[in-house]
Design a protein around this ligand. Structure first.
Ligand SMILES: O=C(O)CCC(=O)C(=O)O
Ligand SMILES: [Fe+2]
Length: 356
């Protein structure tokens, strides 16, 4: 073999090696972008379109789509122009960690202008949260109901492509003080949670982990203490099962313009964070219903958290029939039959998860 041939083979080999390392670098970059913003736990997927939203096993997704001009237009002055003078109901709390179970906050009626001023000012260490409602108690929220729906040029809108497979249930404006965290809960509708101003940290748990989260009704007894990082060792003492779920959590930080697709039954809690000097974290979320399961949805569900109708029947039968029957048994037999029924239910749950 000639010297020339050996050296050209060497050059080819070196070329191939450097090409491989460039390719590896590129793949690493693409993977990093793909998992972008997933802060802890399971990596997050970023997608450009809504083609997989109806997949029964869909995980939360960060959607790269446009939500209209609101991201640039909705200054405090703009919001005051539309909502100024409105009386709104506000959650007010001394702690940033809101807890629905222990009700560590009060509801106050405030006018919108003073709410915004308090939110941006020093505010005596109070944490404020506004969730828009419909003026009629039995109707679900819309932006039109608070006067924010009509401005096509400067408003909020989700691409038709995302909404078309669904029926819209409601659209909610949410404004929170820096640091305020919303308690862990689940909703029964799929949801597009859109960040308009500030930032929002969101922690989510797979529906299969519901039994580890100390949920009663649709809210967790842990409130939003998952955001109190220094307090986590104490939290695991009080709520030991939750530690395993925490390790598998999905977590993301939303920035202005980001849309999180948050599937129904994924328990979630959020933390409002500032952007530069702006202390308001503003988001809009649209709850949607899948057409194939719409008939199971309670027509009286205003907040997107009433159990599906067959689940309401099951819970009622459990509380009114099964539990009282079991209570008639002596302790050993009660423990035996509770475990037997729990094992049967566990098998049902596994089979349903596998077929979902
Ligand atoms: O961040 C918030 O204000 C809560 C959002 C939420 O729970 C939802 O959109 O379902
Ligand atoms: Fe929610």
């Amino acid at each position: 073999m000639s010297v020339m041939a050996t050296s050209s083979r060497k050059t080819a080999l070196v070329g191939l090696l450097s090409l491989t390392s460039v390719a590896a670098l590129l793949i690493r970059r693409v993977l990093r972008a793909w998992r972008a913003r997933g802060l802890g736990g399971t990596p997050f997927q970023v997608v450009q379109s809504g083609s997989r939203l109806l997949d029964p096993q869909v995980s939360p997704l960060l959607l790269k789509v446009s939500i209209g001009h609101c991201v640039r237009s909705w200054s405090d002055d703009y919001l005051r122009r539309y909502l100024g003078g409105h009386k709104i109901q506000v959650h007010v709390s001394d702690t940033p960690f809101l807890n629905f179970a222990s009700k560590n906050f009060a509801y106050e009626v405030a006018d919108f202008d003073s709410f915004l001023s308090r939110l941006q000012g020093e505010n005596g260490n109070k944490f404020l949260y506004y969730r828009s409602q419909h003026s009629k108690r039995n109707k679900a929220a819309t932006l039109e109901a608070i006067g924010l729906g009509g401005d096509v040029d400067h408003g909020f809108s989700l691409p038709d492509e995302l909404l078309l497979p669904f029926e819209t249930h409601s659209t909610v404006l949410r404004i929170a003080s820096t640091g305020l965290s919303m308690w862990l809960h689940y909703d029964v509708c799929d949801n597009f949670l859109c960040c308009i101003r500030g930032r929002k940290r969101v922690i989510l748990f797979h529906p299969d982990d519901i039994g580890l989260l100390y949920i009663s009704g649709s809210s967790s007894a842990m409130g939003s203490r998952l955001f109190a990082e220094a307090d986590l060792p104490q939290l695991w003492k009080e709520f030991p099962l939750a530690k395993a779920a925490w390790k598998r959590r999905h977590e993301i930080e939303l920035h202005a313009g980001d849309v999180l697709f948050l599937p129904a039954f994924w328990a979630h809690c959020t933390q409002a964070l500032p952007h530069e000097s702006d202390k308001a974290s503003i988001s809009v979320n649209t709850f949607v219903l899948r057409r194939d399961t719409m008939s199971l949805h309670d027509p009286k569900d205003v907040w997107a958290n009433r159990e599906l109708l067959p689940a309401q029947d099951a819970v009622k039968a459990f509380e009114e029939k099964i539990l009282p029957s079991l209570a008639k048994l002596p302790a050993t037999a009660r423990s035996f039959y509770c475990r037997k029924i729990a094992a049967q239910l566990q098998l049902e749950a596994e089979a349903a998860s596998a077929s979902g």
